[in-house]
Design a protein around this ligand. Sequence first.
Ligand SMILES: [Zn+2]
Length: 344
Amino acid sequence: KTRREVAREFFENSIRHGRLLHAYILLGPEGSGKVAFSLELAKMLLCESGCKPGAAACAVCKRIESGNHPDVWLITPTSASGRVLISDTREMRRQAYMARFSGRYRVFIVDRADRMSEAAQNQVLKVLEEPPPNTIILLLTAGLAGLLETVLSRCAVIRLGGMSPEAIRSEMGSRGDYTAGDIAWAARFSRGSYSRADRLLRAGAGEFNDLVAGAVLSDAADADMALADILRGFSASGENTQERRVLAAEGFGVTAILFRDALAVKLDINASNLYNVNASGDTGTVTPAGSVCRLSRLFTAEDILDLLLIIADMQRRVSQNLNIDLLCDCLAQEVFSRRMNVMP
Ligand SMILES: [Zn+2]
């Protein structure tokens, strides 16, 4: 069973036994269908015809699907800087205490809840402190870091997990410009996020991955500069600063996976848990890619752990206002200052 199926059953049981709470945080990678999951949940609460997923929907379910049900509110970031507007959460607070239309439940869904300002979160908090009856608030987010402690303490956190690589692959279908291998690679490296898979595919992340590995393994005297250039180059295709920051963070993410896999090889972890692998189509056996095996011999486990923390920190910083090129240069330096010169 996937985490998502477990979560669905949890909500079904909670509804059946009258044990629903007022507020839940649904945690899962961005672009992994959290809104769709929430709308399914809204249907469970509001449908009176017992509609089954995938089967024909009743009028109530159809209204929920099309975003036209008066008791189901979906709030998304709408400001130019990608934030949830305080006017939206203020309106949500006002609506929460007004009479419902259908009489059963009212569902508020806040997508990218971590993109609410403190003031916007405080509007939600007011509702959480005095919850109206039969009102469910779903806060959707990829991480808890942006949420106030006071909000967190009033919500149950449900981990939805990401989509499976198979689900992402079938959702992507076939794309003329890309091979099935490219698509499978992007689905695997997306870590459960459809939108990330799409982004990685379009940015040519598979090739980038090979270039990064090649640079780190290179014995050339200026390999550190080469790595910095490769890291810088990955975000260059972004059309604006925001896109470049997102791409830079993805590039750091792909780089982190290389080192993560190298660490897994060092620790003798089963290859089926790795991202960088060679799969033999005939026997179905999976072996670590040669690049991560060689990488694992060039760094100590301690240094790899250090690098993973450094990269995670850079991913955070790249979303703030730090200079992307500077971060890329720093990362290249951090990598090469730890690399051992001789293959032991
Ligand atoms: Zn229905």
